[in-house]
Design a protein around this ligand. Structure first.
Ligand SMILES: [Cu+2]
Length: 450
């Protein structure tokens, strides 16, 4: 087949190349986190920043084990990335005024050992006392692959609200980064680098102000006003991971992929409310709940795969639950040609179907090749353009825009909103847009994904 990027796409590619030259852009999206089998966490406090500019006091876990000095506490805590079969050790030190602990739901052979007689025997596990002198060392066996989390097991309605949780990803025993899978078999395979984590949570600002003042809180009056993906609310979800202006919220949530690739979506709900998470533009295929693959034959999972996986319009994230989904996008069956009119020199392209009916280079669904765009685009004077509109409805094309618009879409990408379907959760303290909202960005073929 022939794929002729227009001159305008070429300019977009140049922009990407230029930025790659000036900044050390990592190749391919990866879930940032800590790897290994031995971790040290410190429970501490600081402030997060919300999309409306409001700062909130929070409690979180930090990576590190200093006897004194500072650590960079973060919301949520560091993502721990381990391998199936590992025996994992996590040592917890506590600089907060309340006892704090760690639970590892779904892990095998969990033990907890206080460093001295100051350890506190809590309801669920040993707790690290305030003061930072004594520690508790937890061990567990990562017995099976999948998406998990850790959290404080102490005074949980207060401490999860304050931010004491984080994700754990367990890689399957047979894991090839160049051809990755979530569960070691083909139904959970995804394109290298297209693995995305979404930890959903919420906060009631009153509690954070009260805890900052050292007051007790009444969690029966819970009424959240901020909602988060990976510790950020929109629009900061779309900022760069590790952005210096969000020093305690290092993780972003801006998935990007090319047509025809397969993404793995790891979803964790760490709040008290249910969050109906809705991926626009296509359903996701849920292949596991709570790291349990949806298979009809667990004994023969390697061959059967997640055959009971189901397409989901919205994934209902229940508090304390995780899910894994795959997501694919090609534009199949939209009923119009996503690359534009093949007879227009600006959008000329071929479609040579493979056995499945897709062009192998562009992933276009050839049955729709050449079908006209079904909507008349208004004249520019009648158009209100957003920052993510390229000026063209076609993938990889840029069109005329009013001055200043389209500045976030230099490649003619498709921006597909992903958000909570409980739409009050798309606000920051009553201001829309905000909250649990970001985009899945479909990047044109041939344009690198930073
Ligand atoms: Cu076409």
């Amino acid at each position: 087949m022939r794929w002729t990027p227009s001159r305008k796409i070429g300019m977009g590619v140049l922009c990407v190349l230029a930025s790659a030259l000036f900044f050390a852009v990592p190749a391919g999206a990866e879930i940032p986190g800590l790897t290994g089998t031995s971790f040290s966490l410190v429970a501490a406090s600081d402030y997060i920043q919300n999309g409306d500019g409001n700062n909130l006091f929070f409690w979180g876990y930090a990576d590190g084990n200093p006897p004194s000095g500072t650590v960079s506490v973060q919301y949520p805590g560091p993502t721990l990335i381990v391998n199936e079969g590992d025996t994992v050790t996590v040592t917890l030190r506590n600089w907060l005024p309340d006892p704090v602990s760690l639970l590892f739901p779904g892990m095998d052979s969990v033990t907890a050992t206080p460093s001295d007689n100051n350890g506190i025997r809590g309801i669920f596990t040993w707790e690290a006392p305030p003061g930072g002198q004594s520690t508790v060392t937890y061990t567990f066996v990562a017995g099976r692959p999948g998406t998990f989390y850790y959290q404080s097991g102490t005074n949980m309605d207060k401490q999860l609200e304050m931010g004491l949780f984080g994700a754990i990803i367990v890689r399957p025993a047979v894991f090839n980064p160049a051809a990755p899978t979530a569960y070691g078999e083909s139904s959970s395979a995804y394109t290298a680098g297209r693995e995305f984590l979404f930890i959903l949570s919420e906060m009631d600002d009153r509690y954070h102000n009260q805890v900052e003042r050292g007051e007790e809180i009444d969690t029966t009056t819970f009424f959240p006003v901020y909602w988060f993906i990976n510790g950020r609310n929109s629009p900061d979800t779309m900022g760069a991971a590790g952005a210096s202006y969000l020093p305690h919220q290092p993780y972003n949530a801006l998935p990007m992929m090319h047509p025809g690739e397969k993404s793995l979506i790891r979803l964790i709900s760490m709040g008290r409310d249910q969050h109906p998470f809705h991926p626009h533009s296509n359903h996701t295929r849920v292949i596991a709940w709570d790291a349990m693959p949806l298979t009809s034959d667990p004994a023969d999972f390697a061959n059967v795969g997640a055959d009971l996986g189901e397409l989901a319009f919205t994934v209902t994230t229940v508090p304390g639950r995780t899910s894994d989904s795959t997501f694919e996008w090609t534009g199949k069956a939209l009923g119009w040609d996503v690359y534009g009119d093949p007879n227009d020199p600006l959008t000329a392209h071929d479609c040579a179907p493979n056995a499945q009916g897709f062009d192998p280079v562009t992933s276009e669904w050839c049955a729709d090749h050449g079908k006209p765009f079904p909507v008349g685009i208004p004249e520019q004077d009648d158009l209100s353009a957003g920052d993510f509109f390229s000026g063209s409805p076609f993938l990889g094309q840029l069109g005329a825009l009013p001055p200043g618009f389209g500045k976030f879409n230099t490649n003619g990408a498709f921006f597909q909103i992903w958000h909570s379907h409980s739409e009050k959760e798309m606000t920051n303290n009553d201001v829309f847009p905000g909250g649990i909202m970001t985009f899945m960005v479909i990047i044109p073929p041939g344009v690198d994904i930073p």
